[in-house]
Design a protein around this ligand. Structure first.
Ligand code: NDP
Length: 337
């Protein structure tokens, strides 16, 4: 049984040496526990935050020498729990390893989902994040302009497509020409700008002639700088993530943009609201699953998976995610169903 542990706390972008692939004995379930075999492992940006000693306000840091944490689609390999039978597929938190134990409290049965890995992406946490952040906080109205970066990623692609369904005009920002073409041609965005080309602020202003009504904040940094001057009166800014800052060891170089941001929030009556998706499962997950299943089946929302084969490739794939090398929801196939 292989597991990838945190070998060192990264400085800046993680390197392969911050992870270590180890062999360990397959654990034995106690009474009330199940043994899980990992089939698919989800790789997500928040994992970078959990590599830092401070962790986050909603989850503790991964300890040195312990397996990296992560959501998984797992198969019950052995069960001493009355609620789970061997062979069953579950959504779990088994982390970056072949096998893990669970007392069942964090498991969700997946039934016979045709594409189980969807439970980690298009029918799971990232798409749910898009749904709650956009609909409950962003509240786009027909004709309004919605801007989202990391536009072809697990969250951003769903934000843009739901915004289109609600009648908004959607401008994406993504890394590279291929991603931008995909956002427009396959996902139906009205426009998509390459964040790696110069003069982003000018190009964004040109692409948003009526200003910005909803800015779904996925990245921070230069994208936020470009959006702030365009925010309309009463704009909504769901603050979902700031991936451009996750690798920063020190505050970014000046000038200090905070006074301008605060003046904009104040004068233009902006509602900026952070949210952590964990808080919303009890109240909103069922509505999400119903709507999203329908949209996917009807071809109204497309979900793209970037699948990597083999647990040993997880570190490199995760580093790639932080550099924008993933194209769609990043998932590692750990074992065959
Ligand atoms: P993605 O699939 O979008 O992958 C990350 C993408 O971020 C990269 O592909 C890249 O896209 C972009 N990116 C990386 N570095 C930078 C940078 N320096 N500047 C701008 N863009 C960058 O990941 P997710 O969809 O899973 O996550 C998107 C955001 O949502 C993250 O900030 C994440 O932390 C947040 N999130 C928040 C949740 C919550 O509960 N609040 C839950 C889930 C996710 P590109 O090449 O196109 O620029």
């Amino acid at each position: 049984h292989r597991r990838v542990v945190l070998a060192a706390r990264p400085h800046g972008l993680p390197t392969p040496a911050d992870f270590r692939l180890e062999l360990a004995a397959v654990p034995e379930p106690d009474e009330g526990q199940v043994l899980l075999r990992t089939l698919y492992l989800s790789l997500d940006p928040y994992m970078r935050n959990l590599m830092d000693a401070a962790g986050t306000a909603y989850a503790p840091a991964v300890r040195l020498g312990e397996p990296m944490v992560g959501g998984t689609v797992s198969r019950v390999a052995a069960s001493r729990h009355p609620g789970f039978r061997v062979g069953e597929l579950v959504l779990a938190n088994a982390g970056w390893q072949d096998y893990a134990l669970s007392d069942g409290s964090d498991l969700t049965p997946l039934g016979d989902l045709a594409q189980p890995s969807l439970a980690l992406g298009g029918l799971g946490m990232p798409a749910f994040t898009a749904y709650v952040g956009l609909l409950d906080i962003g509240q786009p109205r027909p004709g309004e302009t919605v801007v989202v970066a990391a536009a072809t990623g697990a969250v951003g692609a769903v934000v843009g497509q739901i915004a289109r369904l609600k009648g908004a005009r959607v401008v994406g920002i993504a890394g590279g020409a291929d991603k931008c073409r995909y956002a427009v041609e396959e996902l139906g965005f009205d426009a998509c700008l390459d964040r790696r080309e110069p003069a982003l602020a000018e190009r964004l202003a040109a692409a948003c002639p009526d200003g910005v009504d909803v800015y779904f904040e996925n990245v921070g940094g230069e994208v936020l700088d470009a959006v702030v001057p365009l925010l309309n009166l009463g704009a909504r800014v769901p603050v979902c993530g700031v991936i451009a800052h996750y690798n920063e060891d020190a505050p970014p170089a000046g000038p200090d943009r905070l006074p301008r941001l605060m003046a904009t929030v104040l004068q233009r009556r902006i509602r900026m609201q952070g949210f952590i998706i964990l808080d919303h499962y009890a109240s909103r997950f069922e509505a999400f699953r119903r709507d999203m299943t329908q949209w996917i089946e009807a071809g109204l929302v497309r979900v793209r998976e970037d699948r990597v084969d083999g647990l040993e490739r997880a570190p490199a794939a995760f580093i790639g995610l932080l550099e924008g090398r993933n194209f769609g929801k990043l998932v590692v196939r750990v074992a065959d169903a």
